[in-house]
Design a protein around this ligand. Structure first.
Ligand code: SAM
Length: 282
């Protein structure tokens, strides 16, 4: 029996959603390894997500595609290292091998040991991995011990994480990363609501988001109503931001999203992406 806590278990739910991609009329990515990390419990959670708010699993598909593009463009633009922070069962280290970038993974020990076990059964080597609660440990130092060069251009993929984190630890953590890595781009998804105060514009939004929490069996204490916090309280600039739903056109699913009921489209405005860039000389 593996001992994976509630937050770690969310990685199985996301893998279960990705495992369904080949059945979609218009697949947005190819992740043939996702079924390895799926199980009955996680599939039930994924179905529950669709039941509480049908577009939620579609947004996970959009986000996978978005982060793929972040990595692909970043490498073309010169990134030499990619850190999958809270990477769960992300297989990008394997997909993008041979691109000239070195991948590192950071996650809880139980999650990464489970992953390593599955990969080694299938003859795939786990990339250099830091087992850590990244909010509490010295991530730059731990990565350096694995061969990471803090001065080299680096991408951090922080996918499906921010909402689960205790708000007070986020800025100190980002400052530690930014101080140690002068050439850093970090991409993440987030909810644009103050989730501590739970100040929703309407009750439908609250009902849906709290339904998503229940389906994921984890709570969402953190959202960012205002991205300038990353500029005021940490050494970053907001390089990109937007809603996932707005990417539908680019992904060939514009019609599908345009046909959603208006109140669904309103709720979807709360789920967004952001790319931060380390401010030069900050
Ligand atoms: C929803 S999953 C997302 C996994 C992956 N990024 C993806 O999108 O498929 C969240 C992951 O973040 C990890 N995580 C969350 N908070 C963490 C922390 N403080 N330290 C280490 N790992 C963390 C969990 O263990 C889990 O694997």
């Amino acid at each position: 029996m593996i001992d994976i806590n509630e937050i770690g278990a969310t990685a199985f739910v996301i893998a279960s959603i990705r495992a369904l991609e080949p059945e979609k009329p218009r697949p947005l990515f190819n992740d043939p390894y996702a079924p390895w990390f799926s199980n009955d419990r996680a599939r039930t959670a994924a179905r529950q997500l669709e039941a509480v708010f049908p577009p939620s699993t579609t947004m996970v598909r959009f986000r996978t595609r978005f982060f793929n593009r972040f990595v692909e463009r970043g490498i073309v633009d010169g990134a030499r290292q990619v850190v999958l922070l809270g990477g769960g069962f992300d297989m990008r280290a394997h997909f993008y091998r041979g691109t000239g970038a070195t991948f590192y993974e950071v996650d809880q020990k139980a999650v990464l040991e489970f992953k390593r076990h599955i990969l080694s059964d299938n003859g795939i080597e786990q990339p250099p991995s830091l087992f850590a609660n990244y909010l509490e440990e010295d991530v730059p130092g731990g990565l350096v011990d694995l061969g990471f060069d803090p001065a080299a251009p680096t991408l951090v993929v922080w996918e499906g994480n921010t909402m689960y984190l205790p708000p007070a630890s986020i800025m100190p953590f980002l400052n530690r990363l930014g101080d140690a890595m002068p050439s850093l781009r970090i991409a993440f998804d987030y909810f644009s609501v103050d989730l501590q105060r739970r100040e929703f514009d309407n009750e439908e939004d609250r009902r849906r988001l709290e339904g998503v929490e229940r389906a994921m069996n984890a709570s969402f204490p953190t959202g960012f109503p205002d991205l300038t916090v990353f500029e005021k309280q940490a050494p970053f600039e907001v390089a990109e931001s937007g809603t996932f739903a707005e990417l539908a056109e680019e992904y060939g699913l514009g019609e599908m999203v345009a046909e959603y009921p208006e109140d669904w489209r309103e709720t979807l405005k709360l789920y967004r992406y952001c790319v931060l860039e380390r401010r030069a000389g900050a």
